[in-house]
Every structure is written in structure tokens, then in C-alpha cells.
Design a protein around this ligand. Sequence first.
Ligand SMILES: [Zn+2]
Ligand SMILES: [Zn+2]
Length: 320
Amino acid sequence: MYDVGSVFSRAQNTVPNVYRPIMLVFRPEVFASMSDICITKQSIATLCDKWRSLAINSEAELVAMLGGDGYGSPISQDYHYSELSCANSKNSLDLLERIIVEPIAIHGLQLLSLVRDACKSAEITCPIIERRYPSLNNRNLLRDLVSICDSLPFAATQRGWSFDETQLPSGLANYPPERRNRVCLWVRYFFFWTTNEVRNDLTFDNADDDRTICKLCDPGEERPPAMVNYQPWSVGEESKPRIDLGRCDWCNGITIRCRECGEIMAIYEHEYDQPICCGGGCGLRFRVETYYDPRDGGGCEEIDILPDGDPEAWNGLEEH
Ligand SMILES: [Zn+2]
Ligand SMILES: [Zn+2]
């Protein structure tokens, strides 16, 4: 609920917003469209199953939360990390008041133009503005961090990927160790979820489009079909990738493309964590594993290639 990115725009020795560089600000009417609103002082991922019992439930707490921070936010400093949860799985983008984007360029493309283009094609008409940085020092630091992400070699998954503080820009030298660690976490999120996203879009503009339509979801009649973007996937240093890992640009679901026989397999959630035999009959077996990432409360998936099976025998065992 608090604009976490605003702190880094003005204050020394602070950490850039790990919640990504695009902030959607909704109009107050959005609350009327939500049901079962729950406000917690910390993230519900931190509070686990206690989150509902620890939610704000008195007027005094609400007044304390709305005390303001002295920098223009209505939320008081004590409630910087408060979170609002509701039963709705989505909110209408018609209720957007404005969009604030960080003043950065990724792979040479201004984030502001990328967001403007995306909004234009989605017919979103609210104002889109770049965040203003009273601290030019921090703005430059942010740009240095983005350039570092631009220069890191491509990685399709977080497994085996690392980034350590020796790779951080010198502007962070005076930061306390725990904040330097936090910036490393920022790099991880930004690299996987922003730099790579922009890079994928660039690749598709230039190369032959090998995307497929996602079988896992249906974005509705008014939208173009959801597309799966593929990247070759290999385990660590293993030389030759045997599959392409596909991600849907709408539901983020996983589709696997077998590089041996070309079979395309949409992986439904009930198929996670168990062996899957390539439907093309080539003998390739793999498993999509899921694990919980306690740092941000999100789920992560990894792919394991299993020893090849005898396709005939295997298909007899597998339930389909
Ligand atoms: Zn999908
Ligand atoms: Zn296959």
C-alpha cells in the first residue's frame, strides 16, 4: 500500500524497490470493487497462517496507519510494509489513477516508452509518469544497477544462478552488509523478471517467431490469444539442451517443448512434482518441481530431466 519506491528516490543508503519498476496506483473506488479486505502490518507471506488473526481490526490502528509519512504519502512510516489482501483475484485496470515507472532504460529501451506502448495496445488511458528522483545520486545508482543486469549472461532459471556483492557498483560501498544483501536480491528479481522479459520481447521482434498458443488459459475473447515464449533449457553446464522451457505471457504457466521430437506439452498444476513422459514417444522423461520461495512468498518451478524410460512400458504405467 505504501509506495516503497519513493523512499529510494530521496533517501541516502536506502535500497531500490524490490517489487519491480512499474507501480500501478488505483483510484479509491477500487475498494468498492473488493470483497473481504484485510490489512496486515507485514506481508502475509511473512505472517503465514496467522495473517488473518493479525489483521488490523480497530479504528485506532487504522488512524495510526493513516497518519502520513511527512513526504506526501497518507500511510505512516510504521506501516511501510503493510499489505492489503482481498478475495478478488483481479482488479479492473479501468480503476487506475496513474502509473509510475522508474526512470530507466533496459537493453537501450526506455521503460516509460515500453509501458506507454503496452498501455496503448491495452487501451489504458490513465497518465503514465516517470518517478522523480530528488536524489540524483540514487537515480544514477539505480541506472548502474540496471546496466549490470543488462550485462549479465542470460539464464533461463534461478537454479545455480548467483550474484554476489563483489559485483555491486562502487556507489554502494558505504552500505551496511544487510542492505548490500538486499540489493543483491533486487538484482535477482530485476534480472529475472524485468531484464529477461524485455530481452524476450526484443528476441521475438527480431528472430523467427516460434511461440505457440497457451493451452492452459483463456484470456477471453476481447484479447489476443495468450502466447508461450520458449527458451532452451539445460541443467547447469550440461552441453545440449533437450527441452525448451515455455512460459505463457498471460498466465505464466509452463509449457515444455521436446527438442528431440518437437512435442509440445502444456503442464497442468496437478502434473507438477511427478514424472512426465514426452507425449511424442521419444523416451524423454522429466519432472516439473515446485518449491516455495520464503523471501517473497512466491512459488518457483524447476525442471528435472529424468533417466530415459522405455516409452512403451512407461505409457502403460502412466495415468492419462
Ligand atoms: Zn497461459
Ligand atoms: Zn519428445
